[in-house]
Write a protein that binds this ligand. Structure first.
Ligand SMILES: [Fe+2]
Length: 148
C-alpha cells in the first residue's frame, strides 16, 4: 500500500527536523552542564540534569522517528544540527541558567511551531506531538528556575 501523503507534508518534515536540531543542541548542552556542575548542591543538580538529558534524548528520538513516519529523512549530523539549531551551541561550560534561557526561548518557538503545525499545516498528529514536547520543556524549565 502507498505511503500516506498529505498537503504540507514537506513543511512538517522540515519543521520536525528544525526542532530535532534545536533539541540535539540543548541535549548536548545539558550533558555539558551535568558533567561540569559544581557547588554545595552538586549532587542534586548533577542528578536532575541526568534526568533532563535522558528526557531530551527520548524527545530527539521521537521527533526523528516522526520524520520517518512522514516518509522524510531524519537529519543526523552533529555539524548539521549545530548549523540549523535555533538554540546557540555551547560556549565553554554551560550553567543551569544558560539551560533555563534555552528552554524558555524554545518554549516560545514551540508555541509558534504548534500553531504552524495545527493551523497552517492542518496536521493534528504533529501538533499533538509538539504539545507533548512543549509540556516537557515547561516542566524542565520550572525545575531549573527553582534551583537556588
Ligand atoms: Fe552522568
Amino acid at each position: 500500500m502507498a505511503q500516506e501523503v498529505f498537503p504540507n507534508q514537506d513543511r512538517i518534515i522540515a519543521l520536525l527536523n528544525q526542532i530535532l536540531a534545536d533539541e540535539f543542541v540543548l541535549y548536548t548542552k545539558t550533558l555539558n552542564a551535568h558533567w561540569n556542575c559544581t557547588g554545595s548542591n552538586f549532587f542534586s543538580v548533577h542528578k536532575l540534569l541526568d534526568e533532563q538529558y535522558n528526557e531530551l534524548q527520548a524527545v530527539i528520538d521521537e521527533l526523528a522517528e516522526r520524520v520517518r513516519a512522514n516518509n522524510g529523512v531524519a537529519h543526523g549530523s552533529v555539524r548539521g544540527f549545530a548549523d540549523a539549531s535555533r538554540v546557540p551551541d555551547a560556549q565553554g561550560v554551560v550553567s543551569t541558567q544558560d539551560l533555563l534561557q534555552d528552554h524558555e526561548s524554545l518554549i516560545a518557538r514551540l508555541r509558534e511551531d504548534i500553531r504552524v503545525a495545527g493551523d497552517e499545516c492542518g496536521d493534528a498528529a504533529t501538533e499533538d506531538l509538539l504539545v507533548s514536547v512543549l509540556n516537557k520543556h515547561l516542566t524542565m524549565a520550572w525545575m531549573l528556575r527553582s534551583l537556588k
